[in-house]
Design a protein around this ligand. Structure first.
Ligand code: C2E
Ligand code: CA
Ligand code: CA
Length: 637
């Protein structure tokens, strides 16, 4: 009976064990199936923890995972008792059983104690009985482990539990490794997206400030009209559009009579008020396609496409009508008169420059004859007296060495030391006295004498460099190179001819203007690169007034950027200007260019520029342009 009972209980035990084994295998298979297709790390952890706790009958199950720093591990998931307090906790790797498992790359259980030396035995004894921890080994790296704590019903974990959990860990480790990798990928992708996002914002800011600079540099700040630069672009563009249809186009230069005396009599503020009102009146009657822009202080240009001579005359008279009414200033009435010079396409010229020149001549004739307006007549170009005089005078100027170079210092803002000098042309006319370069450079260009003039001043600057070097002044000289000369096919050779060696060319800076970048890019790039290879530094002059797209500059081998004095002058009172100056400085620095501020007239502006990180300053505050000899004296003081 007893035997039978024992047999029966054996069979029951055996059946139970079989069932347990079957359900264990089922659990393992099921787990494997579940995690194999799961890439979400949190879900994988959840499945693993819940299955493992069931598998070994533990009170608590934890999954410690090695952190990326390889110095700590974090309990990333768990199931059972007290896990909430532990999950998320990070511990140093050499702390606790986890560190032991990581170091020894084998599972920990109570039996492990037997393998330890006495010291370790004592150290780990307390933790041993209640814990098994099996390693999670990925394909390449050690991932962490699965820890089962406290067998239920106050039992101890058996070797079988250890083997089962080891088998289980082997099955799920690859799934955990994959899910960890996916998570990591998502993280970097997210940071990539945030990076991309930040980059987009930066790019947007960049293009906005660029736009802002362009906006402010293409429009006249007083009247809001397109300025000379934008006008040039518009005329060129419209000429190419309208001329395809054999259209007649008229160009009107409108000039206020005696504006100088109005300004002097009423003051600049009132003068500005009149200018604003004046152009408002014309602007109010503009038709589609007509463009009004400001050419200079009291000169405006009106561009009339799709017209003919008769229509132009009617339009001109309507403008006079609009301008006729008196202007009220300080409750008093003022009459402001204007004169208009007109040229038409194709009759008086086929390109912008010729049309503008002829409209200008027509304007002078209108003024001389007090005839309100004058339409250019093709016979007038050659017979205009003042033009002939100027051309004779210019030729004399060369023969009699009437041109001279004045020098204006540029200082390093941080150290306050003079780093270079800009050479500025002066024409000492025997009868008219000192003539401004603004006038004679234009005239030289018009009479095709600018190349000759530029090569002369290069020679003269080289002599000055030699002279200053003898006196041990280590100062560079900047020369203004007009675009016309830079485009001369012989330019590089002519420059080379005048520069004896590298020690001189190293001290030369060529200032070029932005308008250059509208021309043939390849050719300019080549020329600039060759200048750089001679050791000559390149500087972009009057930056901000032209087509100031910095992205275009990025590709050119230039060293320096000069912010136009227009922006510097009003910097302390005009917030827009301040923003422009600051963004030009920042953007230029990003492109590796050094920045010069021109027209620095007050200490306050200099301080502000210093704060903004501007590198170099030039302006009346430091010194006005002066003859070379005087400059030497200035250097010694
Ligand atoms: P730029 O190259 O922009 O030269 C700076 C102009 O600003 C100079 O006028 C200079 O005297 C003036 N300036 C300097 N600091 C101040 C300041 O603090 N306040 C004010 N209100 N003005 C200041 P400048 O000498 O009359 O020359 C006018 C322009 O003529 C130059 O402008 C340059 O474009 C052109 N230029 C002068 N010399 C030459 C030359 O040799 N060749 C060529 N191609 N152009 C020249
Ligand atoms: Ca210049
Ligand atoms: Ca300038």
């Amino acid at each position: 009976m007893a035997q039978e009972n024992k047999n029966t209980s054996n069979i029951v035990d055996f059946k139970k064990e079989l069932r347990d084994r079957e359900s264990e295998i089922e659990l393992l298979q099921d787990t494997f199936r579940l995690v194999a297709s799961e890439l979400n790390l949190e879900k994988v952890f959840d499945i693993v923890a819940k299955r493992a706790i069931q598998l070994v009958g533990a009170e608590t199950l934890l999954i410690p995972i090695l952190d990326k720093n390889n110095e700590t591990y974090t309990y990333r998931a768990g199931a059972g008792k007290n896990t909430n307090e532990i999950i998320g906790e990070s511990l140093p790797l050499d702390f606790g059983v986890c560190g032991w498992v990581w170091k020894n790359k084998k599972p920990w259980w109570r039996g492990t104690l037997k393998e330890l030396d006495e010291k370790e035995h004592t150290q780990w004894e307390k933790e041993a009985g209640t814990l098994i921890l099996v390693p999670l080994q990925g394909r390449k790296d050690f991932l962490g482990g699965i820890a089962a704590i406290n067998k239920k019903n106050s039992l101890e974990f058996s070797r079988r539990d250890l083997n089962m959990l080891t088998l289980f860990a082997g099955i799920v480790s690859i799934a955990i490794e994959n899910a960890l990798a996916v998570k990591e990928l998502e993280k970097t992708q997210n940071s990539l997206i945030t990076h991309q996002h930040k980059l987009n914002i930066l790019n947007k800011q960049y293009s906005e400030s660029n736009k802002k600079i362009e906006q402010l540099s293409l429009y006249d700040s007083l009247t809001g009209l397109p300025n000379r630069t934008l006008l040039r672009d518009r005329i060129d563009r419209q000429l190419s559009i309208f001329t395809q249809n054999d259209e007649i186009i008229s160009l009107l230069i409108i000039d206020i009579d005696n504006f100088k005396s109005i300004n002097e009599a009423l003051g600049h503020d009132k003068g500005d008020q009149i200018l604003i009102e004046f152009c408002k009146r014309i602007k109010n009657h503009l038709k589609i396609n007509e463009t009004l822009s400001r050419l200079g202080s009291d000169e405006f240009i009106l561009f009339l496409p799709r017209t003919n001579l008769k229509k132009t005359i009617i339009r001109t008279n309507s403008i006079f009508n609009e301008l006729k009414a008196p202007y009220i200033i300080n409750n008093k009435e003022f009459n402001v008169n204007a004169s208009i010079g007109i040229s038409t396409y194709p009759e008086n010229g086929k390109d912008r420059k010729t049309l503008l020149r002829h409209a200008d001549i027509a304007l002078n004739i209108a003024k001389k004859r007090h005839s309100k307006y004058h339409i250019y007549n093709n016979r007038e170009d050659e017979t205009d007296e003042s033009q002939i005089n100027l051309s004779i005078d210019l030729n004399n100027a060369f023969n009699e060495n009437q041109f001279e170079l004045y020098y204006q210092p540029k200082i390093d803002i941080k150290s306050n030391s003079i780093v270079s000098a800009e050479a500025l042309g002066r024409w000492i006319h025997p009868e008219r006295g000192l003539i401004s370069p603004i006038i004679f450079i234009d005239a030289l260009e018009q009479y095709n004498l600018i190349d000759k003039y530029t090569y002369n001043i290069i020679e003269s600057a080289v002599n000055t460099i030699n002279q200053w070097s003898k006196d041990e002044h280590n100062i560079k000289i900047a020369i203004n190179i007009s675009t016309h000369t830079l485009m001369d096919p012989n330019f590089i050779n002519q420059v080379k001819k005048r520069i004896p060696d590298f020690s001189i060319s190293r001290k030369l800076i060529f200032e070029i203007t932005e308008s250059l970048f509208l021309s043939d890019h390849e050719y300019i790039f080549d020329t600039l690169t060759r200048l750089r290879s001679l050791g000559i530094e390149l500087s972009i002059d009057d930056f901000g007034t032209g087509y100031s797209s910095l992205s275009r500059l990025k590709r050119l081998p230039v060293n320096e950027l000069k912010i136009d004095q227009l922006f510097i002058r009003d910097m302390m009172t005009n917030f827009d200007d301040q923003i422009i100056v600051k963004s030009i400085i920042d953007l230029a620095h990003n492109l590796g260019l050094s920045v010069v501020a021109e027209g620095v007239e007050t200490q306050e502006i200099l301080e502000q520029l210093k704060e903004m990180g501007c590198d170099i300053a030039q302006g009346y505050l430091i010194a006005k342009p002066m003859p070379a000899m005087e400059f030497e004296v200035f250097l010694k003081n």
